[in-house]
Design a protein around this ligand. Structure first.
Ligand code: NHR
Ligand code: GAR
Length: 194
């Protein structure tokens, strides 16, 4: 079985989009793939409730319970390894991962980032794009490397910046595209494997 583990920190709408795409696209029949677990670093992440309702295993590894990034990442890696995943998808996961963690999951780690990388790596992407006067913004699916938001690009979507946009309205426009390109990129990777 090609297990997929999804890491979240909050709402989990990208995670939900992947779960729904897996069902609609019959990933189990076509690729032998399923979303095996959703893991959050925050116990109050809303996405955990959706995952439980779908009958998906959930786990919480709270970064605040660890003295160092290395210790947190080791516990997180152990929680993920239980599922022997073919893919680990960061979906609004908000903790920077150590080089050791990235090496352990090399070739299996993906992220969706709310900008047209390599523009606007890091946080506050919408406000930075607005402040710079960009006419376009977007989202990127990329492989995760130790170099934050700099891994190989697997998919991008471009959206216009519209008059009167705020960070919130731009984020909402970008997010609808994220829900399309992230499941599509994962399905392509699974198709390549099978
Ligand atoms: N880790 C590595 N090694 N490489 C990447 O490309 C990663 C990563 C971990 C997360 C997602 C990323 C994004 O898409 C991601 C990509 C969190 C931060 C951050 O500064 C930056 C980028 C991303 C995720 N986090 C703060 C930290 O100290 C905490 C912020 C918070 O908790 O709100 O870890 O944007
Ligand atoms: C998404 O826009 C995602 O691209 C972004 O957070 C949102 C999560 O939404 N990711 C980051 O900013 C990573 N630092 P979701 O929880 O509803 O999927």
């Amino acid at each position: 079985m090609n297990n997929i583990v999804i890491l979240i920190s909050g709402t989990g709408s990208n995670m939900a989009a992947i779960v729904k795409a897996a069902r609609r696209g019959r990933w189990e029949a076509r690729f032998g793939a399923r979303v095996a677990a959703v893991i959050s670093n925050r116990a109050d992440a809303a996405g955990l409730e959706f995952a439980r309702e779908q009958g998906i295993e959930t786990a919480v590894v709270d970064h605040k319970g660890f003295a160092s990034r290395e210790a947190f990442d080791a516990a997180l890696a152990a929680a993920i390894d239980r599922f022997q995943p073919a893919l680990v998808a960061l979906a609004g996961f908000m903790r920077i991962l150590t080089p050791a963690f990235v090496a352990h999951f090399e070739g299996r780690l993906l992220n969706i980032h709310p900008s047209l990388l390599p523009a606007y790596a890091g946080l506050h992407t919408y406000q930075r794009a607005l402040d710079d006067g960009c006419w376009f913004a977007g989202a990127t699916v990329h492989r995760v490397t130790a170099d934050l938001d700099h891994g190989p690009i697997l998919a991008q979507a471009v959206v216009p910046v519209l008059p009167g946009d705020t960070a919130a309205t731009l984020a909402a426009r970008v997010l609808t595209q994220e829900h399309r390109i992230y499941p599509d990129a994962i399905a392509r990777l699974l198709a390549d494997k099978s």
